[in-house]
Ligand binder design. Structure first.
Ligand SMILES: Cc1cc2nc3c(=O)[nH]c(=O)nc-3n(C[C@H](O)[C@H](O)[C@H](O)COP(=O)(O)OP(=O)(O)OC[C@H]3O[C@@H](n4cnc5c(N)ncnc54)[C@H](O)[C@@H]3O)c2cc1C
Length: 426
C-alpha cells in the first residue's frame, strides 16, 4: 500500500480544510444543531461550486469521478471540523444508488442536480425497533397497477425537511431480500415528516407513509434488487464514515493535547503528569493505527478489490477510537469538559452517534466475524457480479438462557452433523 498522497490529493485536502475553517467553524456547528434544515446553506453552496459534492459521482453526470481515497480525504476533513452537511445522505448513498443501479433517464435527471447540490436526496431506511439487516425493512410496498402503494414508517431520516426526494427502502414480498429502492417526493400525499431529536443534535426526522403512491418508473434498478444495491453501497459508504470518525478523533486529540500543555495544576501542566501523558500516548497510537486502517480500506476499494472485511473493520475501529478518544478528552478537560460551553462535548456526542449509526458495533462485528470465520468458502455474487458476503449477518436476538442455548445447540448439531461456519455456530 502506498501511503503517500499525490499533489492533487494534498490540494484537495487543503481546499476542504480552508472551506471548513471559513464556512464551518464550531460556531456554525453549534448554530446548526437541531436546525430544521440541518445544514449551512453557505457551506453546501460552496461545496457544490468546488466540485466536492459530486467528488465520487461519475463525470458524465456532473461528478468528479474520484476514488474512495479522495472520498476518504474529504471525509477526514469534514470529520475534523464536524461540518454539518447532507453529503453522505445525498451524494454518497442516494447519488451512489442512482449511479450504481439507476436507469439512464434517472441518472440524467437527478445526478447532475445531486452533484451540484441543487437537489438534496436522503435515504429513508431504518424503522422503529428493527435492525440494520434486510429483515429490518418492513415498510410495505404493494403493487397497485403501474404504482406501488407504501405503508409504514421510518426513523432517523437525515434532513428530510430539506429533501427533494427520499430514497425509500420498501418490502415487496416475504423473501429476506424482497426489498425495492424507491424515489419518493416528500411532498406526496400521505407522507408526514416530524423532526426527532438525537444525541448529536444533527437534524433527523420520523417519516410516516400512509397509502403513498409511487410510480414504478421511480424504482431504482430491477424489482427486489434494492437490498443488494444498498448492501454494496453501505460497504463503500462506511469507509468514508470511518474516515470521518478518524478525522474527528484526530482533532479531538489535538485539542486535548493543547489543553494539557496549557492547563496547570500543582504548578505543572496537566500533560506533565504521567497519568495524563499516558492517556494521550495511548490515544495517539489508536488514532494513527485507525488512520492507516481507514486508508488501507479506501485504497483497497479504489483498486476494485473486495472490502468485505476491511470496510467493516475500518468503521468498527475508527468509531471505537473516536468514542474512546473523546471520552478520555472530557476527562482531561476535568469539570469544564462536562459543560456545554466546552467544544469537546460536540465531538463526544458525534462520536457516540456515529458509532451507533449506519451499522453499529454489533452489526459490524458480525460482518467481520463472518468474513474471518468463513474465509475459504465460495463467494456469493451480486447481480452486477461483485463479491458479497458468504454469511449474511445475523439478526439481533434477545439474550437466551444457558438452558435454551444448550437446547438450540443440541438441535442444531443433530440437524447439521457439525458446525461448519460462523453462521451455523449461531
Ligand atoms: C457541574 C459542576 C458543578 C461544580 N460545582 C462545584 C461546587 O459547587 N464547588 C466547587 O468547589 N467546585 C465545583 N465544581 C468544580 C469541580 O470541583 C472541579 O471541576 C473538579 O474538582 C475538577 O477540577 P478541574 O475541573 O479544575 O480539573 P483539573 O484539576 O484541571 O483536572 C483535569 C484532569 O487532570 C487530572 N489531574 C489533575 N491533577 C492531576 C495530577 N496531579 N495527577 C494526575 N492527574 C491529574 C484530573 O484528574 C482531571 O482528569 C463543579 C464542576 C462542575 C462541572
Amino acid at each position: 500500500m502506498d501511503l503517500d498522497f499525490s499533489q492533487e490529493q494534498d490540494m484537495l485536502r487543503e481546499t476542504v480544510q480552508r472551506l471548513c475553517s471559513e464556512s464551518a467553524p464550531l460556531a456554525v456547528v453549534r448554530k446548526m444543531e437541531d436546525d430544521p434544515s440541518g445544514f449551512s446553506e453557505q457551506l453546501w453552496r460552496q461545496m457544490g461550486e468546488l466540485g466536492l459534492i459530486g467528488l465520487t459521482l461519475p463525470e458524465e453526470y456532473g461528478g468528479a469521478g474520484q476514488s474512495s481515497v479522495e472520498g476518504a480525504i474529504l471525509y477526514e476533513e469534514l470529520g475534523r471540523s464536524l461540518a454539518p452537511c447532507p453529503h453522505f445522505a445525498s451524494a454518497v448513498m442516494s447519488g451512489g444508488a442512482l449511479a450504481l443501479a439507476g436507469s439512464d433517464a434517472q441518472k440524467q435527471m437527478w445526478l447532475p442536480q445531486i452533484a451540484s447540490g441543487a437537489a438534496v436526496f436522503t435515504p429513508a431506511w431504518l424503522e422503529p425497533q428493527r435492525g440494520f439487516g434486510p429483515q429490518g425493512v418492513q415498510l410495505s410496498a404493494v403493487r397497485d397497477g403501474e404504482h406501488l402503494r407504501l405503508n409504514g414508517s421510518k426513523r432517523h431520516v437525515a434532513c428530510a425537511a430539506a429533501a427533494t426526494r427520499l430514497l425509500v427502502l420498501a418490502r415487496t414480498g416475504n423473501g429476506e431480500h424482497d426489498v425495492d429502492l424507491l424515489l419518493v417526493d416528500p411532498k406526496s400525499p400521505g407522507v408526514e415528516i416530524t423532526q426527532q431529536y438525537a444525541l448529536a443534535a444533527d437534524t433527523q426526522y420520523k417519516v410516516a407513509f400512509k397509502d403513498v403512491r409511487v410510480p414504478l418508473a421511480d424504482r431504482i434498478g430491477a424489482a427486489q434488487s434494492g437490498w443488494s444495491t444498498w448492501n454494496t453501497l453501505m460497504h463503500d459508504g462506511i469507509i468514508l464514515l470511518a474516515a470521518q470518525a478518524i478525522g474527528g478523533a484526530q482533532r479531538a486529540l489535538e485539542m486535548t493535547v493543547q489543553y494539557a500543555k496549557e492547563r496547570e495544576q500543582f504548578d505543572k501542566p496537566l500533560g506533565a503528569f504521567q497519568a495524563i501523558a499516558h492517556y494521550l500516548a495511548d490515544a495517539s497510537a489508536a488514532v494513527d493505527g485507525g488512520t492507516t486502517l481507514v486508508y488501507e480500506a479506501a485504497w483497497t476499494r479504489a483498486l476494485g478489490r473486495p472490502v468485505d472485511r476491511l470496510a467493516p473493520m475500518a468503521k468498527l475501529f475508527a468509531c471505537q477510537t473516536f468514542r474512546d478518544v473523546t471520552a478520555m478528552a472530557q476527562q482531561v478537560y476535568g469539570g469544564m469538559g462536562f459543560t456545554i460551553e466546552c467544544d469537546i462535548q460536540l465531538y463526544f456526542r458525534r462520536a457516540k452517534q456515529l458509532q451507533l449509526s449506519w451499522w453499529d458495533t454489533r452489526y459490524l462485528e458480525e460482518l467481520v466475524a463472518s468474513a474471518v470465520l468463513d474465509a475459504g468458502q465460495p463467494p456469493r455474487l451480486t447481480e452486477d457480479g461483485r463479491k458479497t458476503f458468504k454469511t449474511p449477518p445475523q439478526p439481533v436476538r434477545a439474550v437466551r438462557s444457558r438452558t435454551e442455548l444448550a437446547k438450540d445447540l443440541a438441535e442444531h448439531a443433530n440437524q447439521r452433523g457439525r458446525c461448519k461456519t460462523y453462521a451455523e455456530m449461531h
